[in-house]
Design a protein around this ligand. Sequence first.
Ligand SMILES: [Mg+2]
Length: 213
Amino acid sequence: MDAVFFDLDNTLYTARHNLFNLIDVRINRYMHEVVGIAEDQVDGLRRHYWETYGVTLQGLIHEYGADPEHYLDYVHDIDVPSRLSADPALKQALNRLSARKFVFTNGSSGHARRVLSCLNIDECFEAIFDIRVSRYIPKPQEPPYRAVLAASGADPRRSVMVEDSLVNLQTAARLGMKTVLVGSAQQTDCRVDAVVESAQEAAGMIQRWREMS
Ligand SMILES: [Mg+2]
């Protein structure tokens, strides 16, 4: 395995940190205060957008002509250091993983940089691919996967995707990538190559794969 693509939120740090909830609150506020959607309709619309478009942003672009850059700045304006701190064990595991390492997120690169900086792992990655990589089209749709593979020059058959989202991993598998789910085994009624509890564990396991191949 030559290249490893790590999702960011709830993958490089665990959901226990409740960081993503802060973004959730900002998304709701954006829909109400900026777009002008009635408060009691926000939750239902978000569910509808998730099912129809994969992310809220695409729904707001299509149905309200929202400015994606303003949206990304607004929803990621959260206090990351209040929830995350340096993770030296993760850093050590990433440094021991001798493959090329990338971040591949549906969020913004600015948010990704703030998260990596708080975890003190910003120097572990060659590049960050964010939702701009394929004109704001999110995972699990195929275009951003094709875009990151093309931009990195990585061979999908020699690449791994590490994610907390099973549906995002299914696209990676379809493109020939190996898949590692960060989460619990109960989630895996679909096929993944491995299930781990943390990104640290994923990095160690993928390094062992490298040493065996
Ligand atoms: Mg995630």
